[in-house]
Design a protein around this ligand. Sequence first.
Ligand SMILES: [Zn+2]
Length: 489
Amino acid sequence: MRLPEALQFEREWRGSMDELVRKATQLSLNFPIDNDVYLPESTRTVVMSYRARGILPPADRKRFTWDHLVRLLAARYLVTQGWKREDVAERFKEHSTDYLAKHLPELATSAVQAKPRIDATELQRVEMATIAVQLLAAGIVEQFGHAKRGAVLVQDDSMSQRLTQAMLLLAALFLQEGQDNPLGSVHQLLALSRSPLTSATFGLAVFDYRDFPYAGLLLLDPDRRIPTLDCAELARQSSSELDLREQLAFDALRSASEQLVGRQDEAYADLRLWITEHPVTTTAQLRDFVRETNLQAALGFLLSCYEPVGPRHLIHGQLHLCSACGVPMRRSPSVESLVACTIVQCSRFDKPVESIAHPTGPETLIARPHVLLYWVAPGLDEVALYRKAQKFGLSPRPYPDRDACDISLDGGAVGVDVKSYANPFVLAAALTANVGGLASYPTRIIAINDQALARFHGYLDIVRQRYSGPLPLRFMSVHELMKSLESPF
Ligand SMILES: [Zn+2]
């Protein structure tokens, strides 16, 4: 029996990600695609990378089905035949799972390997979808601001105008694709915005088009339900009057530092480093820190960055912290009984692990959601680079001149900004508009989070190509910069 026939017996199959990997491997080893052609075995990494490329639809409540099994094996086959994964994703959109299962052996030989040309209607749709997402990001940020002031979201005139406009454009896109609009309610739209922008989640094919710049972008952090860094940046780009500084909590840090007359810059850097390295702390530890560094005037500010342990921090009543970033973990979505890190910039993000509970008491404090998302998470690379540069005697300064850049090296000869936007188009647009204080450094480095690079195919090329600001910038991965710190610049 060949694989296409064997697959017909598995139609009722359901299982976890690990079971999917096992089932796919078992089928690959026992049944040939054709004659003597057998597929290589599958791994979790393969499944995760196919999910990231949109080849596999998201799991339904952690359960994978026959759809995933067929698409995984068909993609395995095409990739072994030299297909690029994005072309596989493109190709799969044309076919039902049934078709893929039955025609597996012919998939690689048929003449559709040539990329479909994008026509004018498609380009127009991509443009419309791009604007819709920019408005949606701005609307989410605006609405989030309203909510912070206590307003309840009601779908009427009190709702953010940008959100209303985004909904109208999305409705028009559904109409153009000949579909009913499932996003009539703003609550539905916001709930969906906790999933990546793909056709599988939103039901709009245009989100998977090759030229759509925001494919896979996440607008709301699913764990903390606040705008992601990319969302905040997109909102800033499209609506400059939206004030995000307050939201990103930098203003509070600035005014706390202002009170420390004569050493504002040093206080700013000390406070920011300390918070990034202490996502979980205790009131006693916090008081010791301000006493040792003579930052008592900032105690109120520091306390405002933390909250006591609450039920949403706990798993089965216990606190589990990531061994890499120190942030509270959640239950692993892929493997029951294990836990996983929630910080996308962390090297251990989403990797299911066993963990020993962290002791907690009434004194335990956890950084508030916006502090975790906007400071701690992007700060992980900054702190690692700073500590390493320190070790190698490169006289680094963290957040010099209250944030001119993230780290300066060699007495101010080199300025480094670390970026962890998930989307290279968002980053390129942000830098083209303004490189900020980095402009004042002779050598300007943009170091990009390794996890963000690994998730977006061609990230560095895209950002280099799209950046069109007047000042030359050097783009590299955080990993590469870490290595280059070992030998002098
Ligand atoms: Zn982590």
